[in-house]
Design a binder for this molecule. Structure first.
Ligand code: NAD
Length: 468
C-alpha cells in the first residue's frame, strides 16, 4: 500500500471531496497550499549550564480569514510536514464549524518530560519572542492555543511575553486557552473533550446510522476504548461515562489495559497517579502492546493521542463500529477506506475535535470585547424569571421552596453560555455534514466535512478575487 506523509494524507482527503465541488483547479490549489511556513531554531541554556538548539515551526495555512488560529504542540515527533498538515486541518475545521479564522499550527520539537519547568518556560517565551519578531502572532494576525503537550500554563507565558513587547488594548487576545486570571474563559480546558462528547451523542442518536450498524440509539450502555488519557481523552471519557457509556479499554504511553466489565474513570486516574501507570488497575488485563487497543471489542473507538494510529496495517483488525476521531489525523487514508468498506461510521477529526477552537473563538471574542459573558444579562434574566415564578405562585396558590426557585430562576453565566454555544455549534455542524452526505449520496462523513469546508473557503476566494 502506498505510504503518504501526513500533509499528503490531508490533501488526499481534500482531493476526494474537491471532485464534488464547482471550483476550478487554481482555486482548489490555493485552498490546499500552506500560505506561510516559518522554521525557527534558537539556543536554550539548560539548567546544568549547557546549551541546546531547539527547533520549532509556525505554519499559517490559510489567510482567507484573519486572524489565523491553531494550537502549539510540544512533542519530539514535531516536524514541518506534521505542522503543515495540522495547520491545513485547522482551516477546514474552522470553516466547517463557522469559526471565522484561517488555519494555523505551531510546534516545538521537544519531549516535555525531558525538561524542567523553568526550561519549558524559557523555551515557550523564546519561541513566542521569535513569533513576535516575524509578526507570526497577534490578536488580528495569528492566535495560538494549547495542543498536544501544552496547556494553560504555556499560554500564560505566551500572553505575558507578548504583552511585555506589544501591549495594547487587545493584546490579551493574542493567544487562547489562557488561565482565567490572564483573560481565559471558563470551559476552555475541557472544551475539546466536551465537544467530542456532543459529536458522539449526535452520531449515536442518528437512528438510520445506528440501524445500519446494528446498534441501538443513545450513549447509555455503549462500550468504548480510548487511546490517550490526556486533556481530550480524559474529558471525552468523563462526559461519556457521565452519560452511561462504559469505558472498557485505555491505552497510554506505558501500555494498554482492557476490561469488558468496565472501569471507573476517576479510580483509574487516581491509580495512575499513585502508581505511575495504568497497568494492573482493578480486574483489567494488560495488552501486549499499547497499539493493540485498536483491536479490542467495543462499540466506540476513540483515538485521542496522535496521528496515524489506525493504518493500512491494523485497520482490518479494528472491531469497533464507530471510530470517533478525537485526535487530529488518527486514521490514514488507506485505513479510512478499509474501515469504510467494512461499514464502520467514522466521525471525522475536522468535526469531532473542533470544540477547542470553538471555545477559543469565544475566548478571543471575550478578550476583544473586554466583558465577561453573562455580565450584562445574568441578573436581568434572574429577576425576570423570578417575576414569572411569583406570578405562577399567586395564580396557583402554591409556594416553591428556595431550591426550586434557585433552579427555576437560574440566569446564564459564562460557563453556561460557553457550553450552550459549544453544543449549538456541534449540533449545527453535524446536521450540515449529514445534509451534504445525503445530497451527494456519499458513504462517509469525512468527505462531507471536507466538501462543506472547501465550499465555504472557495466561495470566499471567488468573492475576494485574487490580488494582482
Ligand atoms: P495531551 O498531551 O493532553 O494528551 C495526550 C495523551 O496521549 C497523553 O496522556 C499521552 O501520554 C498519550 N499518548 C501519547 N502517545 C501515546 C501512544 N502512542 N499511545 C497511547 N497514549 C499516548 O494532548 P491533547 O491536548 O489531549 O491532544 C490529543 C489529541 O487531540 C492531539 O491529536 C491533538 O492535536 C488533538 N486536539 C487537541 C485539542 C486541545 O484543545 N487540546 C484540540 C483539538 C485537537
Amino acid at each position: 500500500m502506498a505510504k503518504y506523509n501526513f500533509f499528503e494524507q490531508v490533501n488526499k482527503n481534500f482531493d476526494r471531496a474537491a471532485a464534488y465541488t464547482r471550483f476550478d483547479k487554481g482555486i482548489l490549489e490555493q485552498i490546499k497550499m500552506c500560505n506561510t511556513v516559518y522554521h525557527i531554531s534558537f539556543p536554550l541554556r539548560r539548567d546544568d549550564g549547557s546549551v541546546e538548539v531547539i527547533e520549532g515551526w509556525r505554519v499559517e495555512h490559510s489567510h482567507h480569514k484573519l486572524p489565523t488560529k491553531g494550537g502549539i504542540r510540544f512533542s519530539h515527533k514535531v516536524d514541518e510536514d506534521e505542522t503543515m498538515a495540522l495547520a491545513a486541518l485547522m482551516s477546514y475545521k474552522c470553516a466547517l464549524v463557522d469559526v471565522p479564522f484561517g488555519g494555523a499550527k505551531g510546534g516545538v520539537k521537544i519531549s516535555r518530560r525531558n525538561y524542567s519547568e523553568s526550561e519549558l518556560e524559557r523555551i515557550t517565551r523564546r519561541y513566542t519572542f521569535e513569533l513576535i519578531k516575524k509578526e507570526f502572532i497577534g490578536p488580528g494576525i495569528d492566535v495560538p492555543a494549547p495542543d498536544y503537550g501544552t496547556g494553560a500554563q504555556e499560554m500564560g507565558w505566551i500572553v505575558d511575553t507578548y504583552r511585555q513587547i506589544k501591549d495594547d488594548l487587545n493584546s490579551i487576545a493574542c493567544v487562547t486557552g489562557k488561565p482565567l486570571a490572564q483573560g481565559g474563559i471558563r470551559g476552555r480546558t475541557e472544551a475539546t473533550g466536551r465537544g467530542v462528547y456532543f459529536g458522539i451523542r449526535e452520531a449515536v442518536n442518528h437512528k438510520a446510522d445506528m440501524d445500519a450498524l446494528g446498534l441501538p440509539i443513545g450513549i447509555e450502555g455503549k462500550t468504548f476504548c480510548v487511546q490517550g488519557l490526556g486533556n481530550v481523552g480524559y474529558h471525552a471519557s468523563k462526559n461519556l461515562t457521565g452519560d452511561g457509556a462504559i469505558l472498557v479499554g485505555v491505552s497510554e504511553l506505558e501500555g494498554a489495559i482492557y476490561d469488558p466489565k468496565g472501569m471507573d474513570l476517576e479510580e483509574l486516574i487516581a491509580f495512575r497517579k499513585e502508581t505511575g501507570s495504568i497497568i494492573g488497575f482493578g480486574t483489567s488485563q494488560e495488552l501486549e502492546k499499547n497499539i493493540d487497543i485498536f483491536e479490542q471489542q467495543c462499540d466506540i473507538m476513540i483515538p485521542a493521542a496522535l496521528e496515524s494510529q489506525i493504518t493500512g496495517e491494523n485497520a482490518d483488525r479494528v472491531k469497533a463500529k464507530i471510530i470517533a476521531e478525537a485526535a487530529n489525523g488518527p486514521t490514514t487514508a488507506d485505513a479510512h477506506d478499509i474501515l469504510k468498506e467494512r461499514g464502520a461510521l467514522i466521525i471525522p477529526d475536522t468535526y469531532l475535535n473542533a470544540g477547542g477552537v470553538i471555545v477559543s473563538y469565544f475566548e478571543w471574542l471575550k478578550d476583544i470585547q473586554h466583558v465577561r459573558y453573562g455580565r450584562m444579562n445574568k441578573r436581568f434574566d434572574q429577576n425576570s424569571l423570578l417575576k414569572i415564578v411569583r406570578e405562577l405562585e399567586s395564580i396557583s396558590g402554591k409556594k416553591y421552596d428556595e431550591e426550586a426557585i434557585a433552579k427555576l430562576t437560574h440566569g446564564a453565566g459564562e460557563a453556561d453560555l460557553v457550553d450552550s454555544g459549544l453544543e449549538e455549534t456541534m449540533i449545527t455542524a453535524y446536521e450540515q455534514m449529514i445534509e451534504i452526505r445525503n445530497n451527494y449520496e456519499l458513504r462517509d462523513l469525512r468527505t462531507a466535512a471536507f466538501i462543506n469546508a472547501i465550499d465555504k473557503i472557495g466561495t470566499m476566494y471567488e468573492q475576494m478575487g485574487i490580488f494582482p
